[in-house]
Design a protein around this ligand. Structure first.
Ligand code: NAD
Length: 256
């Protein structure tokens, strides 16, 4: 499938799943706008190997004004935004009564409200041009809960609700909106949780297997490459009637 001529923004794409998705979209020919913190130059280089055009635009997506500036910059620079992948997300693990209020606010702002803001600001241009793809990286935690993840689970359930509403509001157009719901993917976000478990005895392998064994029957991690491939599929013509889906890629997590 070719995405030649398409402009794609992948939020939180300097690492992990977002980087995997950005690489796949670039490989398919899209011009990719990266966003996120950390190893920016490495991420740009990793996506640029596919030969297409790639830029990084900085924006803290917990801040609505920075989101508006980001979308405006993309529109000004490229004249359009065809594919929006809402991927940026953070996690915090604590029981609800001890959950730090500022962490709750941050997680809701980034994992949920940012998806609303990018979507509302991108849709008018997609409607004008009569084509668009919005792919929201939710989580199995958008469909089921886990203890100690109050803000994350609430935000991801919200993302799936928002995905359905946007899919309905765009149903009679060539714009689609879907969510992908990964199980465990070995990225920095999950490595933190493995490190917490390994803190007791330093045994990373045991901690990894325990983490997988509790939830993911395949006992294997989902990969960013697999999620990139599914995102690409959702961008294509074959997926034009996939609307409002919450598509789990989870090694069997939700089959239980
Ligand atoms: P990651 O930590 O590797 O990457 C997160 C990205 O978001 C990074 O690029 C980071 O710089 C960016 N980011 C963080 N705060 C930001 C902010 N305020 N503004 C802009 N960018 C910001 O995490 P990941 O595991 O690749 O997670 C990506 C998405 O996938 C998240 O939404 C996460 O909830 C979801 N997810 C991850 C897993 C998993 O097992 N790793 C499973 C299900 C869903």
């Amino acid at each position: 499938m070719s995405l030649q001529g398409k402009i794609a923004l992948v939020t939180g794409s300097t690492s992990g799943i977002g980087l995997g998705i950005a690489r796949r979209l670039a490989e398919a020919g899209a011009t990719v706008v990266l966003n996120g913190f950390g190893e920016v130059e490495t991420a740009v280089a990793e996506v640029a190997v596919f030969g297409g055009s790639v830029v990084h635009l900085a924006a803290d997506l917990t801040q609505p004004a920075e989101i508006a500036a980001l979308i405006e910059q993309v529109q000004q620079r490229f004249g359009r935004l065809d594919i929006l992948v809402n991927n940026a997300g953070i996690q915090h693990v604590a029981p609800v009564e001890a959950f730090p209020v500022e962490r709750w606010d941050q997680i809701i702002a980034l994992n949920l409200s940012a998806v609303f803001h990018t979507t509302r600001l991108t849709l008018p241009g997609m409607r004008e041009r009569g084509w668009g793809r919005i792919v929201n990286i939710a989580s199995v935690h958008g469909l089921v809960g886990s203890a100690q993840k109050a803000a994350y689970v609430a935000a991801k359930h919200g993302v799936i609700g928002l995905t359905k509403v946007v899919a309905l509001e765009t149903a009679r157009s060539a714009i689609t909106c879907n969510a992908i719901c990964p199980g465990w993917v070995l990225t920095p976000l999950v490595q933190q949780q493995i490190d917490q478990r390994a803190a007791v005895d330093g045994d990373q392998a045991r901690a990894r297997m325990e983490l997988l064994g509790e939830k993911q029957p395949s006992l294997e991690f989902v990969t960013p490459e697999q999620l990139g491939e599914l995102t690409l599929f959702l961008c294509g013509e074959a997926a034009s009637q996939v609307r409002g889906a919450a598509w789990n890629v989870d090694g069997g997590w939700l089959a239980q």
